[in-house]
Design a protein. Structure first.
Length: 132
């Protein structure tokens, strides 16, 4: 019986540490909204990437191939939202915050530094918020 209590406490402790680690890795100042779209950045990759989520100050994307991204560089991203395929892509100047390669797929978290399409980005976020 004592062994089970110790085991239960250990499992609970491990889950707590894991959850704190996830919170640290995904530390976000603003809510991110699931949004599907294509990401174009010839500086990063000749192939288009996929937008996973977006917020007013950042986004998460992935590319179906290994990508080398310098965390010190700034990159121009063009994001074609699937729900706005008839509109011009959002243009963003971003800096990668983290990179994760997993089985040949590269996931990147970007901080948005500047967007000439700031108003459209805010409208996209607002419509995502209204949809929830």
């Amino acid at each position: 019986l004592e062994f089970r209590r110790v085991l239960f406490r250990s499992e609970k402790y491990i889950r707590t540490i894991y959850n704190k680690a996830v919170d640290f890795v995904e530390n976000r100042q603003n809510i991110r909204y699931k949004e599907l779209g294509r990401v174009f950045s010839t500086e990063l990759c000749a192939l288009s990437g996929i937008l996973d989520d977006i917020s007013i100050d950042g986004c998460k994307v992935h590319f179906p191939v290994p990508v080398v991204a310098d965390l010190e560089n700034e990159y121009k991203l063009k994001i074609q939202l699937s729900r706005a395929s008839d509109e011009a892509p959002l243009q963003l100047l971003c800096k990668p915050i983290w990179v994760n390669d997993n089985g040949g797929i590269t996931y990147l978290g970007f901080q948005i530094l500047y967007s000439p399409d700031d108003m459209r980005l805010r409208e996209t976020i607002a419509s995502s918020l209204a949809a929830k």
